[in-house]
Every structure is written in C-alpha cells, then in structure tokens.
Design a protein around this ligand. Sequence first.
Ligand code: ATP
Ligand code: MG
Length: 279
Amino acid sequence: MSYSFSAAQMNRLSELAVTPLEPAIFETAEARQKMFSQLEKEGVKKNRRALTRLIETTHKPALCTLSENLARALCAQGFTQVTTPTIISSKALKKMTITPQSPLYKQVFHLDGKTCLRPMLAPGLYEVSQRLLNSQKQPLGIFEIGSCFRKESEGNTHLKEFTMLNVVEWGTPLETRLERLKTLGALVLDAAEIPGYCFKEDHSVVYGDGLDLVSPDGLELASTSMGPHPLDDAWKITCTWVGIGFGLERLLMFREKTSGIHRHSKSTTFLDGACLKLK
Ligand code: ATP
Ligand code: MG
C-alpha cells in the first residue's frame, strides 16, 4: 500500500506556501506523517519570519504599500484621487445595465432591495465625474482605489472582496485613446514594479470589446474601456474617455509569483502574504 498527503495535509501546506517535492508517495502512514510534520515545521518557521519582518521592520502590508505607491504615481501625473461609497443604490446598477437578466447581477451582494455592495467602482466614478465635468476643464483624470464585492466560486484567482484601482480620463482625444490606455497601463504597472505583462483583446459584458492587460500565462491583471460608450447616456456624459481597472491582489499575486490570491487579500488567516495560523 502507498500513501500520499491527505487533502487536509495538502491544505495546511498550501496555506503555509510549502510545495512538497514530487513524488510525495510514502510506504507507510508513519513515513507520511513524519514528512508532513517536517514540512509543516519549516513552513511555520518561514511564515513566522515573514510576520516578524512585518511587525519589526516594514510595518505595512504590501497591499497598503502598493495602494499608496499607485496613488502617488497617479497624482504625480495629474490624476485626482476620489472616494465613493461602498454601498451603492440598485438604481446605479441598473444604469450600468446590470439587470436581473445579466450574468453579473447574480454575483452582486444585494442588501435590502434598494442597495447593494458595489461590484465595481464605475457607478460611483460616473456619478462624481458627471458633477465634476460641469465645473472642471478636460482632460480630467480621476481614480479610486477601494473594495469591490462579487459572489465568485472559490478559486485561486478570485476573491469575494477585492481591491480595485480604477483610473478614468475624460476628454482624451479620440484618435489617441488606445495609445493613452497603453501609457496608463504602463504607468500603473511600473509603479507596481511589475514587468513582463502583455495586452490582449477581450470582450466585457458591460463595456463590450476592449483591451486587457494579462500576465504571460494569461492571468487577467486589468481590463480597459473607452468612450463615447452607450453607458455614458445614463450620466449625460458626451465626451471621449478612457478607463482602466486593476485588481490589486492580482497584481501582488503575479508580482510575488504565488499560486493563490487569498494570501494577498483582506483576511484574518493571512497578513501581508504570510499565514497567521502558526500553532
Ligand atoms: P475575470 O474575467 O478574471 O473574472 P473580470 O473581467 O470579471 O475578471 P473586471 O470586471 O474586468 O474583471 O475587473 C477589473 C479587474 O479587477 C480584473 O482585471 C481583475 O484584476 C480584478 N478582479 C475582478 N474580479 C476579481 C475578483 N473576484 N477577485 C480579485 N480580483 C478581481
Ligand atoms: Mg475584465
């Protein structure tokens, strides 16, 4: 009879970010337990060191540092940071054409029939922009960094709560939109210290055809969109524009070359990429 690690043992090693050497096949249950205990001990040590470095030296999780660095880089290029509510009205969803018939609707955390947790930053950004554009000249660049919520099936690349950075520029000249999107994508990814990404054409249910930024192995890092767009009518916006939305935890996952997104998320199991369950 031969033994491989149980699902519970694999889960524990995975949360400690320990990858057992292949093939992990053992002749006895005792041999398996011995190897598991050894790997777990090494993993605990590694994670404890990472937490100690955070507590004694860096003091700030990478998610917070990344968010600050991106905000600084964008402000230096003349973009203005805005903050809009996490709870939005169901009417705002409808304005985004997210209705009970659309696939994204089922992913929304509805609260009381009239409100929901925002699945994206766009509704708030549209609202603020409509008002700002009444008094400010173009081009006008704004951005927001904040939590978005989607009911996602479990996986290594999706979180129910994730941190979105959405950058919008109103009044980008029509013929320069694509180039501008590439420049903005590069600005953000340079500030995130992420090289080696590529652009790929994609289709979004909300925005239609657009351009994605992806990792070489196909992980979506950001989606872009351009206007004039049919959605603009609901906010009476008529100018040309470009927009780009990044998932910050995806950026960390790609940059740190980790296999799961959860260790980079807002969590009580993980802190700054390290596992907190060390007993
Ligand atoms: P995917 O196809 O990977 O599910 P999406 O196209 O639905 O993503 P967008 O609406 O384009 O996602 O959101 C912009 C960015 O936000 C994505 O490129 C990704 O980096 C990030 N993102 C979206 N959904 C999630 C999620 N559930 N967890 C973590 N990051 C996410
Ligand atoms: Mg997308």
